[in-house]
Write a protein that binds this ligand. Structure first.
Ligand SMILES: CC(C)(COP(=O)(O)OP(=O)(O)OC[C@H]1O[C@@H](n2cnc3c(N)ncnc32)[C@H](O)[C@@H]1OP(=O)(O)O)[C@@H](O)C(=O)NCCC(=O)NCCS
Length: 173
């Protein structure tokens, strides 16, 4: 399977970020608040909420298989050197966490690990808005490249990234 992943990269030196303004504005108008886990507080309760949201959205990733237990999630996604709560974007409708876009820091790039929107909120530009909001994390890390990869059957996610300007790229997983 590994060779079939669709590897994508966004170059922030050439990406016209103004193109994302309409997605951010649509969120504002709809009352959807974008923030980060760092701003909300990287607490045990919030880690559990992040896990539940990630688990729910991951159920729609083709061939994802069984999701981590909470302990595995913390061990493999949170208690790792690349984790930074400033890279975890959360979208809220009132108090409801309905979207997340998690990026981690690496040498020379940030990696978008997972973007997910609860089913009832899809198709409204929220994923693009979250990912656009999260680009400031790349700036914080002092890098100009954002990478991600997807299962080739995950058409929505691939289309979402291409909409943002991600292009196919050759890098090793
Ligand atoms: C992929 C996912 C995050 C997209 O979230 P979303 O908020 O519905 O996406 P958006 O409304 O922001 O769509 C952004 C762009 O993606 C494309 N897109 C999204 N859904 C699409 C669909 N069903 N068909 C075609 N294109 C689609 C469009 O180009 C769209 O841009 P446009 O509205 O300006 O045309 C969402 O479907 C999801 O949570 N899926 C399950 C989890 C997952 O697979 N995550 C990716 C792996 S990390």
């Amino acid at each position: 399977m590994a060779d079939q992943w669709v590897r994508l990269e966004l170059d922030l030196t050439t990406c016209p970020v103004q193109r994302f303004e309409r997605y951010l504005e649509a969120c504002r108008v709809a009352g959807i608040r974008l923030t980060t886990l760092a701003a909300l507080g990287d607490t045990p309760d919030h880690r559990r909420m992040l896990y539940e949201l990630n688990k729910e959205c991951s159920a729609d990733i083709p061939d994802r298989g069984e999701f981590y237990s909470f302990d595995e999630y913390v061990q493999q996604r949170i208690e790792v050197p690349s984790y930074d709560p400033r890279g975890i974007v959360i979208a809220l409708d009132g108090d409801t966490w309905m979207g997340m876009s998690a990026s981690s820091k690496h040498s020379g790039f940030v990696f978008n690990e997972m973007t997910g929107v609860r089913a009832g909120y899809r198709g409204r530009g929220i994923s693009v808005a979250m990912k656009a909001f999260g680009l400031s994390f790349a700036e914080l890390c002092g890098v100009t490249a954002v990478r991600t990869f997807h299962h080739p059957a995950n058409a929505n996610a691939i289309a979402m990234n291409r909409t943002m300007g991600y292009v196919d790229a050759e890098w090793e997983l």
